[in-house]
Design a protein around this ligand. Structure first.
Ligand code: FES
Length: 105
């Protein structure tokens, strides 16, 4: 699926991410800056924080309880905040837009 990552400064990266990968893995494999993913996708670091575009909130679904509690460690959390390692890419997500926070701490 095609995913658009928008950095905090507005730089856009439109990337074809293979189904089955996470939104975080898609960014890391294509060197999109702004997603640290310190824990490698285990939902244990909150450094893969992204904001899901409002139009896609229905398709990405809601964070799990575990993800919710990890999000407490991210800064500037908003209602559309997600940990990108917990969003699995599929055809349904084609065109997804995620915005990256100013920093990941
Ligand atoms: Fe660590 Fe997502 S990569 S929580």
């Amino acid at each position: 699926a095609k995913i658009k990552y928008i950095e905090f400064d507005g730089r856009e990266h439109e990337i074809e991410v293979k189904n089955g990968l996470s939104v975080m893995e898609g960014a890391v494999r294509h060197n999109v800056p702004g997603i640290d993913a310190d824990c490698g996708g285990a939902c244990a670091c909150a450094t893969c924080h992204v904001y899901v575009d409002e139009d896609f909130l229905d398709v990405t679904g809601r964070p799990s309880a575990m993800e919710e509690s990890m999000l407490d460690f991210a800064e500037n959390v908003q209602p559309n905040s997600r940990l990108s390692c917990q969003i699995r890419v599929s055809d349904d997500l084609d065109g997804l837009i995620v915005r990256l926070p100013e920093n990941q701490h």
